[in-house]
Design a binder for this molecule. Structure first.
Ligand code: AHR
Length: 506
């Protein structure tokens, strides 16, 4: 048994939580769109061809914003291919994923689907083969009310009202050698600046994100962000971060270090962005959009990424997630919440089939992967202000990060409802954790709302079509409430959420 302590105080606030950190990502890749969210003829499909079972699971997952249409796909995509009568839409080679894109699903379908599931859209403009001209035409088509050729074209396509898309990404991973029409930092910084200007000329109400590094290990990491922001600082609101966690050493303890590296990554990019601000004598704070993150390493071979013969909707990177992946993802959410002053949007990549929390079979069922659960419960219960957590916990040494605390935790408090949600991971693999939580100033007459644990004795346990509930949250009865103090026993290798409510807040 190990003992840990977590203290928060009502007055020590990191920031209001921007619920756009619970975003996801739909890319035209593999089976994310086709046979994922869109499958006309599926027994649950509606009149638009949207799978009803996937819509129901998406609502349960609780994403707030969804990025579309890519990803690497974006850098070769012409938005015009995906609008208008479906019978006239071209079939194209998708050079990002060596697939045939049928364009039967495009901007208007995504907007209809977004409304049906109740999420905000986050769109990208193509800065690979595309550029400012294509981008300004695209936003005019989407957001201009009417009276111009492109906005009237949207009307003719059945969408009288503007889509009013607020959040736009300026390209995708433009530093990556794999990217279609990759750019240097100077080339991209200039392109981002000029594209941002024309987009804002069409619609001054939008929010814009520039591409940061494709990952923390890129050779140009840090220098890329500084150079890009030197160019486009005045015109953008966000810089993006991407990360895919890997269990490179096949050690759960080492794998957990990814959570701490993510925290370092965030703090480094904040420092770089604020360094640019300092050089420009600006008080502007560039916010962080962690718009691709997930575990992804088991399905990374060339045969996972590319199938021969330019197939339609091939099975690409259909990672099967296990219990330890769910713990790392739960930790990533904790980390982003604890950096809520600067991380304002984030997207779990992706939503369905392609490294997705939701899996489907064409014509068959849909089910929840292990990583579904921490995301869904965090999105359900994290409302309000993130409080600064002060942790006292034993630690261990690892190669991925020098000192790792067994306790990983975050606290989100909602003044309006009097509810406080504690998210906690016990990273000890053999010992239970006795956790004492002090919720100072948050009310003494406290009752339990929910105390759930995600635990499995086998870190490699997975949810499959045949056994979809192998890893799922269950009630943890081992919680005691004594005024402002909660005492709870956490199983080894478990992710937990403890929600209580106080009736006597001052
Ligand atoms: O999410 C899969 C791919 O990973 C995305 O298309 C790309 O942006 C990243 O490299």
């Amino acid at each position: 048994m190990i003992s840990s302590r977590l203290v928060v105080d009502r007055d020590f606030v990191i920031s209001d939580l921007d619920r756009r950190v619970f975003g996801a990502f739909v890319e035209h890749m593999g089976r994310c769109v086709y046979t994922g969210i869109y499958e006309p003829g599926h027994p649950t499909a509606d009149e638009n061809g949207f799978r009803g079972d996937v819509m129901a699971l998406t609502r349960e997952l609780g994403p707030t914003i969804i990025r579309y249409p890519g990803g690497n796909f974006l850098s070769g995509y012409d938005w015009r291919d995906g609008v208008g009568p479906k019978s006239q839409r071209p079939r194209r080679l998708d050079l990002a994923w060596y697939s045939t894109e049928t364009n039967q699903f495009g901007t208007n379908e995504f907007m209809q689907w977004s409304k049906a599931v109740g999420i905000e859209p986050m769109f990208g403009v193509n800065l690979g083969t595309g550029g400012p001209n294509e981008a300004r035409h695209f936003i005019e088509y989407c957001n201009h009310p009417g009276g111009t050729q492109l906005s009237d074209l949207r009307h003719a396509h059945g969408h009288e009202k503007p889509h009013d898309i607020k959040f736009w990404c300026l390209g995708n991973e433009m530093d990556g050698p794999w990217q279609i029409c990759r750019k240097t930092a100077d080339e991209y910084g200039r392109a981002a600046l000029e594209t941002a200007k024309v987009l804002r000329m069409v619609d001054p109400t939008i929010t814009l994100a520039a591409c940061g590094s494709s990952n923390h290990d890129m050779a140009t990491y840090g220098h890329w962000e500084a150079t890009v922001l030197d160019h486009c600082f005045d015109e953008v609101d966000f810089i993006s971060l991407h990360t895919y966690f890997e269990n490179k050493l096949d050690s759960t303890e080492e794998f957990f270090g990814n959570i701490d590296v993510m925290d370092l990554f965030i703090k480094e990019i904040v420092a770089v962005a604020d360094g640019v601000a300092a050089r420009k004598h600006s008080t502007k704070k560039i916010m962080l959009s962690f718009d691709e993150w997930n575990v992804w390493y088991k399905s990374r071979s060339i045969s996972d990424l590319r199938k021969p013969g330019w197939p339609e909707a091939p099975r690409l990177i259909e990672e099967v997630y296990n219990h330890e992946d769910a713990l790392v993802n739960g930790g990533a959410l904790i980390t982003m919440m604890n950096n809520a002053d600067r991380v304002k949007t984030a997207c779990l990549a992706q939503l369905v089939n392609v490294i997705g929390p939701i899996m489907t079979e064409p014509g068959g069922p849909a089910w929840r992967q292990t990583i579904f659960h921490p995301f869904a419960l965090t999105s359900r219960y994290a409302h309000g202000r993130v409080l600064k957590p002060v942790l006292t916990s034993p630690t261990y040494e690892a190669k991925t990060f020098p000192e790792i605390s067994y306790l990983c935790a975050s606290v989100v408090d909602d003044e309006a409802s009097g509810r406080t949600a504690v998210f906690a991971i016990n990273r000890h693999l053999t010992d239970e954790m006795d956790l004492k939580i002090e919720l100072r100033g948050l009310g003494t007459e406290r009752k339990l709302v929910e105390c759930l644990e995600l635990h499995h004795a086998n870190m490699k346990a997975t949810n499959t079509r045949e056994a979809p509930d192998t890893v799922k949250p269950v009630n943890n009865p081992r919680l005691e409430i004594d005024g402002e103090t909660l005492t709870v026993r956490l199983k080894p290798g478990s992710w937990n959420v403890i929600v209580t409510e106080a009736s006597n807040r001052r």
